[in-house]
Ligand binder design. Structure first.
Ligand SMILES: [Zn+2]
Ligand SMILES: [Zn+2]
Length: 131
């Protein structure tokens, strides 16, 4: 199994992941826009047991529209969000796909809050859309 490495901008906070992603999604909601500074977030979920975390992080928690409590972990030095957890599924961790800085990372298969998608954002035709 190939190891995947994710990190913040400065490299202080990083992950080593020894499993394939379980789900890769793109989210167009306002909270993901504000968190990332982009017009959507892209995240991959992994089995938490396959994720090794190194470095310090600061946590920011918010309640999702689903009612789940999401806790985002970002580097206190450079501010990049690297990963997050949900109390609805403690066996998984979400990782910001940009933190891999890997152009070969697989494409998202799910588009969430698709009704909020910027009209100029094109997605793969096979993607599953959720309002
Ligand atoms: Zn950093
Ligand atoms: Zn979102």
């Amino acid at each position: 199994m190939r190891l995947r490495q994710a990190s913040c901008s400065c490299g202080q906070l990083g992950l080593t992941i020894s499993a394939a992603p379980l789900r890769i999604s793109i989210c167009h909601c306002q909270a993901c826009r504000r968190r990332t500074g982009s017009v959507y977030g892209v995240q991959a979920r992994f089995d938490r047991a396959a994720v090794e975390i190194r470095g310090r992080s600061t946590a920011y928690a918010r309640t999702a529209d689903s009612g789940a409590r999401l806790t985002f972990h970002f580097c206190p030095d450079c501010g990049s969000t690297v990963y997050y957890g949900s109390d609805a599924d403690p066996q998984q961790l979400g990782v910001a796909v940009g933190a891999f800085a890997d152009a070969e990372f697989p494409a998202p298969t799910v588009s969430v809050y698709d009704e909020c998608r910027a009209p100029w954002v094109d997605l793969p035709s096979t993607i599953v859309r959720h309002e």
